[in-house]
Design a protein around this ligand. Structure first.
Ligand SMILES: [Zn+2]
Length: 429
């Protein structure tokens, strides 16, 4: 069956590398709710994630990333204070992590035996040593790599009707004295590789990595991020951790990791998501901006002046009352460093606590005079986590651009609009 490619924007892929960051399926939504409850109740955070799609047939493994955080921050960090205090918990005794798999769909139930690889090896993760559980005082991270061939063999041994392309995983953390902590994931196996187009590089302009480390948003380490990105068919990814999650030390460490994981297949770029005061200049009208470094010198960051040591901007504390750098000044600094900027989720305000409001098309996008975009501002991120309408939808934020009339926005399957559909990333040509 030919699937309409509505969720494959060409230039900008936001979120969706890992299932945990999109959580569109019903089981994932339920899990998110129960995880939030768990988090508020106990300060313990269980996470399991897997790439939402596997496009590289030659890669033999499905990675499943596991993370347990025992004790969350009592107070958030801020750019100014870099305060972080953990609510400490009793050590957790992890016995293991069971993983079950089934073909996707409500009609099929999970077989109660965990997925096995090989004759006797439990493919699930047994954390015990000499019968004793693994003790977690603060956190644990681990990636399980499941051989895909054995995954298929398991499915065909347990379910009728294969081969199966869409599978559900049930990841159950077994902790002594705790009820099972469950996470559900859905993975598309053997997806069609994206077409290769000369001089086109697919990437993610807005990604929060593990340098974002707070209870509201928490990112993945760069090694597993790269793994998922390659599976998804991406060539590059911008680390756009919030200024409020950064400090000079983390900023420097981010560069070391960005360089470490960069290779001929994949490029990490170190950038920043800034909270800046929008042109409306009232307290609650700050917006989020994605700052990208100079393409000629991507690792230098955003020096405040020639040769300056401070290369991270860190403007806009996360707190509501803190001052944020005016948008124009932030753009000036990014431009002076040879970089450029995108409007982050411009039409989708995030929570007031996070201070990311809507961009004003006239006041914020346009330079005085209204004829051109502000210097340094080169793009926008209309599709993002909060925008679930696809690029084929008349309500698409693309239609909200200046003077756009929704009735003239491009509708699905109108063949005459090839160029527009190409421009919007719906089709390739
Ligand atoms: Zn944001």
């Amino acid at each position: 069956m030919h699937q309409h490619r509505t969720r494959v924007p060409l230039l900008i892929l936001t979120g969706g590398l890992w299932l945990g960051s999109i959580a569109r399926g019903a089981p994932q939504r339920e899990t998110a709710t129960s995880l939030r409850e768990t988090l508020s109740r106990t300060g313990v955070f269980f996470r399991a994630d897997a790439p939402s799609v596997l496009r590289n047939r030659e890669d033999p493994y499905l990675p499943v990333y596991l993370e347990i955080i025992n004790g969350v921050e009592k107070t958030g960090k801020s750019a100014l204070t870099a305060v972080r205090q953990y609510v400490t918990r009793e050590p957790l005794k992890l016995e293991g992590v069971n993983i079950f798999v089934k073909p996707a769909g409500a009609r099929r139930q999970f077989a109660t035996e965990p997925l096995l690889v090989g004759e006797s090896k439990d493919f699930s993760f047994d954390a015990r040593t000499g019968g004793q559980p693994f003790v977690i005082t603060d956190r644990m991270k681990k990636t399980l790599e499941i051989p895909r061939e054995l995954l298929q063999a398991y499915l065909s041994a347990h379910y009728l009707g294969g081969p199966f392309e869409l599978v559900d995983l049930w990841v159950a953390f077994r902790v002594a004295g705790w009820p099972s902590q469950n996470v559900y994931l859905r993975v598309r196996l053997n997806a069609t590789p994206l077409p290769k187009i000369p001089n086109w590089y697919r990437g993610d302009i807005h990604y929060h990595s593990a340098f974002t480390d707070n209870p509201a948003e928490r990112g993945h380490p760069l090694d597993v991020t790269k793994q998922a990105a390659l599976h998804a068919g991406l060539n590059w990814l911008l680390l756009a951790d919030h200024s409020t999650d950064l400090n000079p030390e983390r900023w420097a460490q981010a560069l070391r990791e960005v360089v470490k994981y960069r290779d001929g297949r994949f490029l990490f770029i170190r950038g920043e998501e800034l909270t800046v005061a929008s042109a409306k200049e009232t307290l609650l009208t700050s917006v989020h901006m994605l700052a990208l470094p100079s393409p000629d010198n991507p690792d230098q960051g955003f020096p405040s002046s020639e040769g300056a040591a401070d290369t991270v901007m860190m403007t806009g504390d996360g707190s509501v009352a803190s001052p944020a750098l005016p948008l124009r000044e932030a753009l000036q600094r990014v431009s002076a460093a040879g970089g450029f900027a995108y409007a982050a989720h411009p039409f989708d305000p995030v929570s007031p606590v996070l201070r990311g409001g809507s961009w004003d098309v006239d006041l914020d996008f346009l330079a005085p005079g209204g004829k051109a975009l502000q210097t340094g501002l080169v793009g926008l991120q209309p599709w993002n986590r909060s925008t679930t309408v696809t690029a084929d939808d008349a309500r698409d934020p693309y239609c909200l651009r200046r003077d756009a009339d929704p009735s003239t926005c491009f509708q699905p399957d109108k063949d005459a609009d090839h160029y527009a559909r190409l421009e919007k990333g719906i089709e390739l040509g």
